[in-house]
Design a protein around this ligand. Structure first.
Ligand code: ZN
Length: 235
């Protein structure tokens, strides 16, 4: 008998589930503001139509669902068979009629949410592997999804703005981005945003000061800052 309530008990995950549901609703509204004809138009991601972006967000939910299944069953279940398979399904999704594409995105999001709901409390710490090869507890899928729905809602270019993203999500995004630059590229950037400090301004080669929303928009490649070069690549 499937549960009708979340089985997870870890308060941090419970809070993340509430936050991701809020973000999912925000993405849904942003998509509602795109007309069927508008799906063929460009998103804010260079080279991506809005339709391709919606397909990506839908298939991302399916891919994260596979990680949750992995945690539930203990049987390895990668996000994508290969990078080529991932690209092929996005192209396929983008070719669907608008109603089918919208259904794909909606059903995939609901299915992922049901899998989270039904994942037993003791399985949330099971280690799974992301498409980038990172080993993470399956609870990380909630944050991975949160990033997707908030940022890609903005990318739909239908009125959503980075400034609408809740401050705790902005701060976490900023920490993710600055951490990636440091780890992957050995580029030490510090950001001082409102009362949030990310990185170490004393040792960083570059210290950026802006509001939290402006700094996050810049750091994720979704905005510019006066007097600053574009941010280094993130993903
Ligand atoms: Zn994405």
């Amino acid at each position: 008998m499937p549960a009708r309530h979340d089985l997870v008990t870890d308060p941090a995950v419970v809070a993340d589930l509430a936050a991701v549901r809020f973000g999912t609703a925000y993405f849904r509204r942003a998509l509602q503001h795109v007309t069927d004809g508008g799906l063929a138009g460009p998103s804010l991601l260079p080279g991506w139509s809005r339709g391709a972006l919606v397909a990506h967000v839908g298939y991302n939910a399916r891919a994260l669902t596979r990680l949750v299944e992995w945690a539930a069953t203990g049987v390895e279940n990668p996000m994508y068979a290969s990078p080529e398979a991932r690209d092929a399904e996005i192209a396929y999704g983008a070719s669907l009629r608008p109603v089918a594409l919208r259904n794909l995105a909606e059903h995939a999001a609901i299915d992922l949410d049901v899998r989270w709901r039904d994942l037993p409390a003791e399985r949330w710490s099971v280690t799974v592997r992301t498409a980038q090869g990172r080993e993470v507890p399956v609870s990380e899928t909630v944050w991975m999804r949160m990033r997707e729905v908030w940022l890609h809602a903005v990318d739909l270019d239908s009125g959503a703005r980075v400034h609408d993203v809740p401050a705790p999500v902005l701060e976490r995004l900023l920490r993710d981005v600055v951490g990636t630059w440091s780890r992957r590229d050995s580029v030490e950037v510090a950001v001082v945003a409102d009362d949030v400090e990310v990185g170490d301004p004393a040792s960083a080669v570059r210290v950026v000061k802006a509001s939290l929303a402006d700094a996050t928009a810049w750091a994720t490649g979704r905005g510019t800052l006066p007097g600053e070069d574009p941010a280094p690549r993130w993903l």
